[in-house]
Design a protein around this ligand. Sequence first.
Ligand SMILES: CC(=O)N[C@@H]1[C@@H](OP(=O)(O)OP(=O)(O)OC[C@H]2O[C@@H](n3ccc(=O)[nH]c3=O)[C@H](O)[C@@H]2O)O[C@H](CO)[C@@H](O)[C@@H]1O
Length: 363
Amino acid sequence: MRILAILGTRPEIIKLVPVILALRNCAGVEVRLCHTGQHQALGLDLLAATGIECDHMLSRETGILLADLFPRLIAETGAVLNTDHPDLVIVQGDTATAAAGALSAFNRSIPIAHVEAGLRSGDLALPWPEEGYRRIISPLARWHFAPTAGAADNLRRENIDPAAIHQTGNTVIDALHLAREMLRSKPALGSEADTVLAALGGAPFALATIHRREQDSDDLRNIGAALCDLAQDIAIVLPAHPRPESRVLIDVVKDHPAIHVVAPFDYFAFIRLLDAARLVLTDSGGIQEEGTALGKPVLVLRSVTERAEAVTAGAAQLVGNDMTAMLQAARQHLADNTDPIPADVFGDGKAAQRIARILNASV
Ligand SMILES: CC(=O)N[C@@H]1[C@@H](OP(=O)(O)OP(=O)(O)OC[C@H]2O[C@@H](n3ccc(=O)[nH]c3=O)[C@H](O)[C@@H]2O)O[C@H](CO)[C@@H](O)[C@@H]1O
């Protein structure tokens, strides 16, 4: 059986590596990769560290508009399908790469497996474009690998065949377990974090990541001003996302002595920092999941989240773009000095095995 995984962003790589490794352990299964170049370099460290090579590496100019990127991704992934002729295609989550890859496969009657199926915010504008993309994929997919019961319920409400829905857990937890295991045997994998950890000198720090498209320049300036305020109480490490808009935020915080603006970390270094952080401030989806599993207080700079489980588990708190609320919550966490209990609401780290077993048994 030939499977083609279509990916292109850092989180897709992180969440599909465990699935690729599990499938490659199945007799008679060949897994090939098409990287669309949507994120040119982010995440390639994890592929290299796990010995996974891309069979197709599509090139991409920087700064391309989403409206121009999407049709190109459909055409380019279609060309790959025309040569590879896979028995099935795997896509992950909610990116332009995932939606375009699914449409290309659908146009060729190639069955689609959707990893991290069923996440919904109920608002097409938040997150944009991801809520729209994941809703596009669902009606086209033959296998729906839902990370949680809530995600599975969302799919059933959309009349997806219950027999096609499999609650597996989120593979981000598989990746977290893999990264921590690899760091234990090869600590040098996380060495990118050494410099900033040395600069911190063992002091507690908050880890902040801001990358969502909905954050406009005013939002980013407000967030920057709030981070400068919070930095009076705790050092902040900010790996800056390569999106051009991140410049607005960096310009506000870059000269603050207690804010360490750094390039995006490779996955191993980031997990090392996440493990060490006192507090997490983020608009990321995956980091809400990872923070919950690690028992970190996560302040979510989004007004809605498809990770309600993180909030229920007491790990995540939605503060949206209300920086007064963010500062109050952050200072409350610092004063309480009590961390949330690590929760396995996003899975037990065996999601990839379940996905591989189901796919291997059904084609
Ligand atoms: C709407 C939404 O929530 N959609 C999500 C979005 O993913 P995201 O929001 O999680 O995206 P990011 O925040 O970019 O990535 C986070 C990952 O990156 C690692 N990391 C971070 C900083 C760094 O310096 N070095 C790193 O290695 C970190 O450990 C983590 O695993 O799209 C995915 C694809 O479809 C979806 O699955 C997912 O629902």
